[in-house]
Write a protein that binds this ligand. Sequence first.
Ligand code: 5CA
Length: 453
Amino acid sequence: MRLSRYFLPVLKEDPKEAQIVSHRLMLRAGMIKQQAAGIYSWLPLGYRILRRIETIVHEEQARAGHIPMLMPTLQPADLWRESGRYDDYGEEMLRLKDRHKRDLLYGPTNEEMITDIFRAHVNSYKDLPLTLYHIQWKFRDEIRPRFGVMRGREFLMKDGYNFDLTKEAALHAYNRHLVSYLRTYERMGLQAIPMRADGGPIGGDYTHEFLVLAETGESEVFYDSEITDLTFGDRQIDYDSVEQCQAVLEEFTSRYARTDETHDEAVYAQIPQERRRKARGIEVGQIFYFGTKYSEPMGATVVGPDGARVPVHMGSHGIGVSRLLGAIIEANHDDRGIIWPEGVTPFHAGIVNLKQGDASTDSACEALYAALRAQGLDPLYDDRDERAGAKFATMDLIGLPWRITVGPRGLAANKVELTERRSGESTEVTPEEAVARLARVYAPVLAQAYPIA
Ligand code: 5CA
């Protein structure tokens, strides 16, 4: 992408309405624009990162064997009357009527609708196990939308639903989701810790939230500091293996880690004093097992091996896709702006032309641009007629992990400057070396790609 042809409306001033750094930086970097309380337009840069995150989610769902689909944002109220949640959900549900006076709602989640789809089309235990998911906009009329996309009213969620014959099989689906979520968040450069939580309006008493530790997090959490030493890394997991998924769950949930809703002082007190931590966290996902809570009242049954009909065991599993942008920025920024982890960066590297209009500088930048693209990388070329300082400030603000600076003085010695955003370290290299180095840096990131189902 050439910056002169892009739409990147960066703000010079700090917007007053933003209370936390991620919200401030998203507005300043021209990623989002508020349209109403908790409702945002995604401007090109923000939209690009949103899609990167979506792609990682899709790829990791495919790796775990889950099937993508798409359900509508508007839902008929009658489905929710069947489960009893139409009355229970309260003011958070946005209710509307169509021209025929039929009750509709803007979906806050999809347990009822997916159960309806299941009961219409699945009849036999032989069609199980089945896990379907979608990435779709949700609406929750939050009493206090705040912190930008962190607590929106309209927000993008990945929600997946498993259908299994037995509780044991459904618990394997739960464990499989836990494993795939660990991998998903790590690809985004995040440590998201599974913590015992509360079922809330989704239900069930077997549930974990995934939390990213951050001072600005809305959840209070208590944990054993040993849990922060765990990483998933590049383990190869067979998602069909009950033992392997169970072992990962046990490893990642064996130390104390709970949100305030399930916190137990007595158990916490047994952790050695120096390992006890009380902190704040951002909830970036939650997994649930709730058995037959929806399948029973809604008649989602299958014919079992003995010929009798039984309600299926279900769970649901959510990732806060739009919230993740805020969480990643909270965990990756400095006083100059965002520092994107390499797995989600909107562009892999910025090219800064120090003397736009100078024939040899322009052609060196063009050659770099083409060479990076030939390596499967997406550069952002700042080809505007701007001062160097302004170009650097924009690159720092929008947080590209790498910058190549090209100027006539360096080029005279066939050198460009390669700068790492996080450390600020610069090295003088030939243009070919810069491209080779970035290809090496990004090779492990590109290797994570997986065919989407
Ligand atoms: N049906 C279940 C799982 S699919 C469900 O709705 N779970 S949830 O309520 O925990 O939401 C899933 C994730 O969506 C949360 O972990 C959180 O990351 C994100 N989320 C929830 N509410 C908001 C909100 N108001 N703004 C942004 N993200 C949100």
